[in-house]
Design a protein around this ligand. Structure first.
Ligand code: AMP
Length: 359
């Protein structure tokens, strides 16, 4: 079976690494000449709106999916004439617009921060009066890793901020004084079967995920699964869907969803029976889903900007390095390591050993 993937970054690379043992082959569409998935399949180098290359991708593939959800909606519609596209276009449409996403949470009674849409500086000022400060202004689309957003703490910081974010449609959110950030990786098959991985505790710095630690018996697991099930059903979802939640006063508030495999699920390669990558492929290919059960206590440390020494990582027992073959650049995700142990104390030691090797 040949899988066509829109995007050819590290998520595409890890999807292909999971799919090759299943006999799958891959074709990627990505404008970057050095797209790091290209070592694992055919690389169509073109813009995401290029009809000729979209056609080549569609004609080559038995099924189509995404590792980059921000391709133009017209491209997704165009691709669907050639082969089935999963996740469905409607899910991508909702998940890439913070306003539609939060409206869906509200409609499904999934708690989410108070928010307002903003189309001008005047609307921003009126919304700040209603929601109060601090608050977070975010572009509705194309934000990632803390980009396209600004925390507003004082009235002075509100002045001129709409223009600072590019005078594009935005969302203002009440600032949530959360106790922690957790994510849930969910997968839904073509037949509607849903499976969930254990909740993950995430630590961010400068808006970028740094550390994910898997929580084997999190008290909020079943609540998170209930919320996720509502969203999966409503979107008639197929594939992996990542949920990011704030932990607030013993409950959960949904921050956002990502309609693809997710950085906070990389630990599943070594830490679960079937990884998020294999399960995404199983789902889109119409295969039975794999087990999401844990095979140890696991954490993932991201390498941002540059990589630690491979020999030093390889010398740590229980450490599994993943280098993405990407050029070093400040703020860029260039690799990660998963550490796996049989108990929490050893896991903490392994995390500390890996973190000591990062800058
Ligand atoms: P996002 O791009 O929405 O995932 O936001 C990036 C990070 O900013 C989150 O992981 C949080 O740490 C922080 N953040 C986003 N929205 C809020 C909020 N409403 N209140 C407090 N912190 C937030």
């Amino acid at each position: 079976m040949k899988i066509g993937i829109v995007g050819g970054g590290q998520l595409g690379r890890m999807l292909a690494l999971a799919g090759h043992p299943l006999g799958m082959r891959f074709v990627f569409l990505d404008p970057a000449p050095d797209a790091c998935a290209s070592a694992l399949g055919e690389h169509l180098r073109a813009d995401y709106a290029d009809r000729d290359h979209l056609r080549l991708l569609g004609e080559a593939a038995d099924v189509l999916t995404f590792e980059f959800e921000n391709a133009p909606a017209e491209s997704i519609a165009f691709l669907s004439q050639f082969a089935p596209v999963y996740p469905p276009a409607g899910a991508l449409h909702t998940a890439r617009d913070r306003w539609l996403e939060k409206s869906l949470f509200t409609e499904l009674q999934v708690p989410t921060p108070a928010h307002a849409t903003i189309d001008s500086q005047e609307e921003l000022e009126a919304a700040v009066t209603r929601l109060g400060l601090p608050a977070v202004l975010k572009t509705r689309q194309l934000g990632y890793d803390g980009k396209g957003q600004k925390v507003l703490r004082t009235a002075a910081e509100v002045t001129g901020t709409f223009a600072e974010l590019g005078s594009v449609p935005c969302l203002l959110e009440a600032f949530v004084p959360f106790q922690g950030e957790v994510s849930l990786l969910a997968v839904r098959g073509r037949d509607g079967e849903c499976r969930f991985y254990p909740l993950v505790d995430n630590t961010h710095r400068e808006g970028i995920l740094r550390l994910s630690v898997v929580s084997e018996a999190h008290p909020l697991q079943s609540l998170a699964e209930q919320y996720a099930s509502r969203v999966l059903e409503r979107l008639d979802y197929v594939g992996v869907l990542a949920f990011e939640f704030f932990e607030v006063d013993g409950g959960l508030m949904a921050n956002e969803i990502a309609p693809r495999v997710h950085n906070s699920g990389h630990w599943t390669i070594e830490g679960a029976e079937c990884s998020q990558f294999e399960n995404h492929l199983r789902a889109v290919a119409g295969l039975p889903l794999g087990s999401t059960a844990l095979v140890g206590v696991t954490a993932m440390i991201n390498f941002i900007g540059d990589l630690p020494d491979l020999a030093a990582l390889a010398a740590i027992p229980g450490c599994h390095p993943h280098f993405y073959d990407k050029a070093p650049k400040p703020g860029r995700k260039v690799g990660h390591a998963t550490v796996r142990a049989t108990d929490r104390a050893t896991l903490q030691q392994l995390i500390a050993q890996v973190e000591a090797l990062t800058g």
